[in-house]
Ligand binder design. Sequence first.
Ligand code: ADP
Length: 334
Amino acid sequence: MGLTVHDLTVRYGSLTAVSAVDLSVPDGSVLALLGPSGCGKSTLLRAVAGLEPPTTGRVCWDGADLAGVPVHRREFGLVFQDGQLLPHRNVAGNVAFGLRMRGVDRAARRERVAELLELVGLDGYEARRSTELSGGEQQRVALARALAPHPRLLLLDEPLSALDRALREQLAMDLARVLAGTTALVVTHDHDEAFTLADRVAVMRAGRLVQTGPPAEVWRSPVDEDTARFLGCGAFVPATVHGGVATCELGSVELPWAQSGSVLLGLRPSALRPAASGLKGEVVQRIHRRDHVRLRVRLESGREVDAVAGVLDTASAVTLALDPDGVALVSRRG
Ligand code: ADP
């Protein structure tokens, strides 16, 4: 059954950090709690861990209320943003820490440590001092340490956000592989990370869960404009869907999964791309990103739109068409 949270509220004085949250993390699944900084994600995770007492509501494992069960008896593994390794212990000592606490004997500890270091890509690192590790290596050790005692739930609070971007992307892929099949709750403000790591995403805003669903569903159908904006949509246009094709003032786009009717489309910058036919316009700004160029284009109608082009695309006059990958269906209207 796994983790269930019922009607959980956490207040700090007059501030309500978490408000009437219901969620579940079934056994063997990974849920990402995604939202802007300050929306209450960490507070919710800390309440699940037992580090923060709920003001009202319940945290349950397999249906049993965990109120009164202290942090170290919940059998949850914790990973924080900055590893929090024990500085006076080497890597093996850090990974084995929870095992020692549980009275696991030396030979079994050594075997489990080696197994986990291999899993996180650090085989042979046993004797390294934890103070001599890079940020990415420290997070890998923190993950190995949290996994060592076979926790029934892994709680990760922004596990990658202290790392630089290239490392973060690599570690996100590795973490996705390690988490597959485990039961985990991951807190992040980064939607790429949430979608890489999780089977389901729960979007949080101002203490409340506003949408929960599989990554693809949340990405293509954000529940409202604020959620769509948080997920990268910079512009919105009304459209009509008929037979899986949405038509708006910028053209038509195939959205086979969309039901017919009046809708609001959210456009990410990649919603418009150069094409053989479509809207003609003049490039007024060009910004190089890693593997593409972000364009600001003034259309013949006078309207300015964002678009994405290849880095070799340097023409000042462009023809743009809608690309379904950049289009979200925000809501149905009427
Ligand atoms: P997030 O993890 O989404 O960034 P937090 O859960 O850390 O958000 O914080 C939610 C809100 O609760 C914020 O307004 C924050 O300032 C406040 N808050 C967090 N921890 C405490 C605390 N220990 N005491 C008082 N206010 C807190």
